[in-house]
Design a protein around this ligand. Structure first.
Ligand code: 13P
Length: 334
């Protein structure tokens, strides 16, 4: 079992009462870090990436290597997911490359980065659903606007998801999963103090889940922003501002309220960057980046394995039953 559909992996999670982490990757070492953590904890997992977010000049080359890496882990169910596809064309490219799931983020205009109308969001989402569904690929969409920076270059204001709109949106589009804005934001700067129920609207998850019980809810911007990692980065030349993320216990609680997919990117990047900065500082003669990247990969794998325990997915690779989108044996690696 290797490449699996998001729908089936999340259906299994819901039936088992656990959540599945969707971990952002921007390089092949990071893909390996996620898959090693999944293999070590026996977890189904979602590997996700944003178009243009890697150091590769070509998404297609990076995506091809990513998919081939997954084939080296035949023992775990893996979803390869496009995170925040800004338009139909980008989602189509990911489907054509072999991804088993795509997110169309029609909540923001790809050019102006301003919130779009409900109707425009529905229209672009329906186009992606029509193309992806026919090819066995799952679809996530977004309603409301999750704040912060998705790609490191743009900043969006938070617009909370409206429960009645969520119901209408799902009826009109038929998406498998819906990212609902509940007050979280992407990136290394989230809350100015530990979040309470007035800024982190967990109550919205419950309300929306009750209205769309067959659609999976996705919590974006879920990184915790560990203070000890920020301290290491800042002690080695970094300048990350003090900020609070989503506490681990709230992420665990979200899986009991209706969330099945939990997006995490920044915590992994912080663990990777902190270990890399330490490795480079400890070896003033370092020129080859590989040893530092190796330290980064190991640190990233460790934090992800820890999160897999918190989200509840650990131990569930063995009981997963689903139809693989593609078997590892196709590449004669199993
Ligand atoms: P963080 O920025 O909190 O890691 O969230 C990642 C995310 O939601 C990607 O879609």
């Amino acid at each position: 079992m290797t490449l699996c559909s998001l729908r089936e992996v999340l259906d299994h999670a819901r039936a088992g009462g656990y959540g599945v982490g969707a971990f952002n990757v921007t390089d092949i070492e990071q893909v390996e870090a996620v898959l090693d953590a999944a293999a070590a904890t026996n977890s189904p997992v979602i590997v996700q990436t944003i178009a243009g977010a890697s150091a590769f000049a070509s998404d297609e080359l990076y995506w091809d290597l990513l998919l081939r890496t997954v084939d080296h882990y035949p023992q775990i169910p893996v979803v390869v997911h496009l995170d925040h596809g800004p338009d139909f064309e980008t989602c189509k490219r990911a489907v054509d490359a072999g991804f088993s799931s795509v997110m169309i983020d029609g909540s923001l205009d790809p050019v102006t980065h301003k919130p779009t109308s409900f109707e425009a969001n529905v229209e672009v989402t329906k186009r992606v659903v029509a193309y992806a569904r026919e090819r066995g690929v799952s679809i996530e969409a977004e309603l409301g606007t999750i704040g912060g920076s998705k790609d490191g270059a743009t900043h969006a204001e938070i617009v909370l998801a409206d429960p009645e709109e969520a119901k209408r949106f799902v009826e009109e589009t038929g998406v498998d999963a819906l990212a609902v804005a509940i007050g979280t934001s992407h990136g290394a700067y989230k809350f100015t103090s530990p979040p309470d129920g007035t800024v982190l609207r967990m109550d919205l998850i419950e309300t929306i889940a009750a209205l769309i019980p067959d659609t999976h809810l996705v919590m974006h911007g879920s990184s915790s922003l560990p203070a000890h990692l920020r301290a290491v980065i800042n002690a080695h030349g970094g300048g990350l501002p003090e900020s609070w993320g989503v506490p681990d216990e709230e992420k665990a609680r979200s899986t009991k309220l209706g969330v099945t997919k939990i997006n995490q990117g920044m915590d992994s990047h912080m663990a990777y960057a902190a270990a890399m900065r330490v490795a480079l500082a400890e070896d003033p003669l370092a020129a080859d980046p590989a040893p530092a990247a190796k330290a980064g990969r190991a640190a990233m794998s460790a934090i992800i394995a820890e999160r897999m325990g918190i989200f509840g997915q650990a131990g569930h690779a063995g009981d997963y039953v689903g139809t693989p989108v593609r078997e590892a044996a196709a590449l004669s690696l199993a």
